[in-house]
Design a protein around this ligand. Structure first.
Ligand code: ZN
Length: 229
C-alpha cells in the first residue's frame, strides 16, 4: 500500500543541512552529485505560495503518485531563498536520470538535488542565496564523500534531450564557483574576530590614508576567504 499523503518536509539552513549530512557519511556512499532545476515549479510559483511546503508536497505528489517513483525524486530541494528542503531518504537511490540512478539498494548511489526555478535562457535566474547554497552544497558533498569534479553531473549531460538544470546555467562557471568555495576554510566567525579585534583598532590608529586603505583591503580579503563577500 502506498502512503496517500506525505505531510511534512523539514527545511534546513545550509549549515544545519551540513550537520544533518554528517552521520550519513558512514551510512551511504554518494558516487556522484546530480544537479537539476525544477523548470516547474518556477521561482514565481514559489514566491506566490503562502505555504511554501505545499510546493514541496506538490512535487512529492507528482513524483510519488503520478510518476510512481515511490517518493519525491530528489534527496534535497534548494528554494529561491537558499534554504534546503529534505527529499527522499539519503539511503535510497534517487529518480534522477534513467540509467544513472544506481537503484540496487547497496547504499552506493548519486546524491541528487533540485533547484526550484526555470533557468532556461530568457526565463528566471539562478543567483544570490539560491546559487550560493547550490555551490556550497555541491562542494560539501564532494568534500565529505571525497568525489572528484568529474562526478558532478548536470541532468542534461545524462539526458541530452533536456536543458536541465536550465540553459542559462553554465557548467564551467558553476564548477569555477565550486572550486572557489572549496578553497575556503576560514569560518566567518574567525574572520570577523580578526577584523574587529585587530584590524579595526589598527584602522583607527593608522596615520595615513594609504595605511587605512590597506587595512580595509585586508578586511575584505578576510570576508572573501570566509565566504562573506
Ligand atoms: Zn533535471
Amino acid at each position: 500500500m502506498m502512503a496517500v499523503e506525505r505531510k511534512y518536509f523539514r527545511r534546513f539552513t545550509f549549515a544545519e543541512y551540513v550537520d544533518y549530512l554528517k552521520p550519513f557519511v558512514s551510512q551511504v556512499k554518494f558516487s556522484q552529485v546530480h544537479v537539476h532545476g525544477t523548470w516547474k515549479p518556477t521561482i514565481a510559483d514559489y514566491r506566490k505560495a503562502s505555504d511554501k511546503m505545499k510546493i514541496i508536497q506538490a512535487m512529492w505528489r507528482f513524483h510519488a503518485i503520478t510518476q510512481n517513483w515511490g517518493d519525491i525524486a530528489q534527496h534535497a530541494t534548494i528554494d529561491p531563498d537558499g534554504y534546503i528542503w529534505e527529499g527522499r531518504s539519503l539511503l535510497e537511490a534517487p529518480a534522477s536520470a534513467v540509467g544513472y540512478n544506481d537503484p540496487d539498494n547497496d547504499r552506493i548511489h548519486p546524491f541528487m538535488f533540485e533547484m526550484i526555478g526555470n533557468f532556461d535562457v530568457g526565463a528566471e535566474k539562478l543567483e544570490g542565496a539560491q546559487l550560493a547554497t547550490a555551490v556550497k552544497l555541491t562542494s560539501s558533498i564532494m568534500t565529505m564523500w571525497k568525489l572528484p569534479e568529474a562526478q558532478i553531473k548536470f541532468h542534461r549531460e545524462m539526458n541530452p534531450g533536456k536543458s536541465c538544470p536550465g540553459s542559462s546555467v553554465n557548467k564551467t562557471s558553476f564548477l569555477e564557483l565550486v572550486r572557489d568555495w572549496r578553497n575556503v576554510d576560514m569560518s566567518p566567525a574567525d574572520a570577523n574576530k580578526i577584523i574587529s579585534n585587530w584590524l579595526s583598532p589598527a584602522w583607527f590608529a593608522a596615520s595615513s590614508k594609504a595605511e587605512r586603505d590597506e587595512i580595509h583591503r585586508l578586511a575584505n580579503e578576510l570576508r572573501k576567504a570566509s565566504g562573506q563577500l
